[in-house]
Design a protein around this ligand. Structure first.
Ligand SMILES: [Zn+2]
Length: 269
């Protein structure tokens, strides 16, 4: 049985210096003729995905929290990634309600990785019936450091939650495959969804930030845990996308996200 419906939840955008996401000569890295040009700030869009399948409802990522400014304060990153391009209707919980769902309606919550702009609403699922799932290397890293945060991993987002883990590439539900794509973080995953009418879609999360990151050649970002692993994950995804004719949906590409069929108005099937 194939997935039936896929909803893309557009949860607004953070604002950030594009250099965080893209190290590219001529764009963020300047020639001497452009040394005085201001840095480019970018609408770093954030999305979640809900997939309806005959075997249950799966949520991919949870975007940023409403209380981002206070919650992110220990990291200092609220000054670099303010979640300030978001309206009441765009918050994650609002989007969920707009497609007629409550927290209790979700059976699986998969975290592509545990950065605060993807894991920001995981605590809403505490005590719910949803199974929480992440990659084993991501869990080991996220719970393995000392202190409250490490970069954009923030324990407040996921502390006290019970994660099941997957390792390698895993078909978690019929037609929904989690693809191990480390480099951005130790256990970043992408997700391939085989839809009967649309065909395969791959949600890359931060394994590939933007269309401009994908290339070829791939252009890395300032936020990469392991650069060699990041490059090889991009090429792994390129191989899967090319051999299956899948459409790639990048983690933070504003123009791409805004060109999609977005919930609640539209969905993919
Ligand atoms: Zn990330």
């Amino acid at each position: 049985m194939a997935p039936l419906k896929l909803h893309v939840l557009d949860c607004g955008a953070m604002s950030c210096d594009l250099t965080w996401l893209l190290l590219k000569a001529g764009r963020t890295i300047r020639s001497r003729g452009e040394r005085d040009r201001p840095v480019e700030w970018y609408p770093c869009t954030t999305h979640a995905v809900v997939i309806e399948t005959p075997e249950g409802r799966l949520l991919w990522d949870t975007s940023c929290p409403r209380d981002w400014e206070k919650r992110w304060e220990p990291t200092g990153l609220q000054e670099f990634f303010p979640y300030d391009q978001v309206s009441e209707t765009e918050y994650f919980d609002s989007r969920l309600h707009q497609i007629g769902l409550e927290i209790g309606d979700i059976d699986y919550v998969v975290a592509s990785h545990l950065h605060f702009d993807h894991a920001g609403n995981l605590q809403l699922f505490k005590g719910s019936n949803a199974r929480l799932i992440c990659n084993d290397k991501e869990k080991a890293f996220a719970f393995g450091y000392d202190g409250l945060f490490n970069g954009a991993h923030l324990k407040a987002d996921y502390e006290g939650l019970d994660f099941e883990t997957v390792s390698g590439d895993t078909e978690i539900l019929p037609g929904v495959t989690l693809i191990e794509a480390p480099g951005h973080t130790p256990g970043t995953m992408s997700m391939k969804v085989d839809l009967p009418q649309t065909g395969p879609m791959i949600f890359t999360s931060d394994a590939i930030y933007l269309g401009d990151s994908y290339g070829p050649p791939a252009s890395p970002a300032a936020i990469v845990n392991d650069l060699a692993a990041w490059y090889s994950s991009v090429e792994k995804l390129r191989g899967i996308a090319e051999s299956t004719n899948a459409k790639l949906i990048f983690g933070h590409d504003a123009a791409q996200l805004r060109s999609m069929k977005l919930a609640p108005a539209g969905y993919y099937e």
